[in-house]
Design a binder for this molecule. Structure first.
Ligand SMILES: Cc1ncc(COP(=O)(O)O)c(C=O)c1O
Length: 295
């Protein structure tokens, strides 16, 4: 469990402050309705990794929620850099949140004021090595992933209640995390990660139309796999496919590539992290180093 006391610097609408002073109105629609979009980015050696891709996704999410664009990407980059400068940590976690703003207690957003733009930066503590060495266990949740015709999971909004419920159920069952199925019974993704399966040397991950967030790590791993001769396919899969996989792993910005060695208390394949997972994690880490060298 990470310490709540990690050094943290926040910017609210361009005003830099420490976390104790960082407060937002109870009339903010992000608080009232989850009416917000967000991104999580991390730095390596002080450099926000794939920042432009995250900003593009933030814009995509805001546009899908018809938030309009009264904010400027350059200003957000400036805020991120100012916070990171104040924080002074090589490895940082960055969260950018844009809410629809604050206004009277009514659903109609027409009277919401201007967007609130919040940047939270915090020291990033490296993940436990055991996750990568031994793998982690997941459950298949009975919380259904929202349909792409509801709030499309490809919108990274402040509404994460399905994911939170799935995560709570996972914790109750002493699991690291959970994977959700869609209404047709196909695998979608984890609560804050994309999911992958390896069978006979080929890596599979659910397609966007299964109802997933288009993870930036997922996108990167797809490209790296193809470039390096590992066969990949985006394909609908059932819980059975996951249970009977040779390997399984999860991807996200803060997790990179974590082997999943158990599902619903049963081993996946040999029950040990597999070679394709290890190879893809190594390729991902090499890519991080290349990106750092370029910037
Ligand atoms: C629901 C969900 N899926 C997938 C991901 C992974 O996305 P990324 O690789 O861009 O971090 C996240 C990240 O937070 C997420 O919340």
């Amino acid at each position: 469990m990470e310490s709540p006391d990690l050094p943290t610097v926040v910017s609210i609408n361009g005003k830099i402050m420490f976390k104790e002073e960082a407060k937002i109105s109870v009339f903010d629609r992000g608080f009232l309705y989850g009416d917000s979009v967000y991104e999580v980015i991390r730095t390596y050696e002080g450099i926000p990794f794939l920042l432009q891709e995250h900003l593009n996704r933030l814009w995509h999410s805001a546009s899908k929620l018809e938030m309009g664009f009264p904010f400027d990407q350059n200003n957000i980059v400036k805020e991120v850099n100012t916070c990171l400068g104040e924080l002074g940590k090589e490895n940082a976690y960055i969260r950018i949140i844009i809410t629809r703003g604050q206004g009277p207690l009514q659903l109609d957003p027409v009277s919401a004021g201007s967007n609130n733009i919040v940047v939270i930066t915090r020291e990033f503590k490296e993940n436990p090595k055991e996750w990568y060495k031994n793998g982690v266990n997941i459950i298949i949740s009975n919380v259904e992933r929202t349909s792409i015709r509801a709030i499309d999971p490809n919108i990274k909004s402040g509404n994460y209640l399905n994911n939170i419920m799935a995560f709570i159920h996972a914790k109750k069952q002493h699991a690291f995390d959970a994977v959700m199925l869609n209404s047709q019974g196909y695998i979608t993704e984890g609560t804050t990660h994309n999911i992958w399966v390896v069978k006979k040397g080929k890596a599979y991950t659910p397609p966007l139309h299964a109802g997933i967030l288009e993870g930036i790590t997922r996108k990167t791993v797809l490209v790296l796999a193809k470039k390096n001769g590992i066969e990949v396919e985006q394909k609908n899969m059932t819980a059975e496919d996951l249970i009977n996989a040779d390997e399984c792993f999860m991807t996200s910005t803060t997790k990179e590539v974590i082997p999943v060695t158990q599902v619903n208390n049963a081993p996946i394949g040999t029950g040990e992290p597999g070679p394709i997972t290890a190879k893809l994690h190594k390729l991902y880490q090499d890519f991080i180093q290349q990106q750092i060298a370029l910037s």
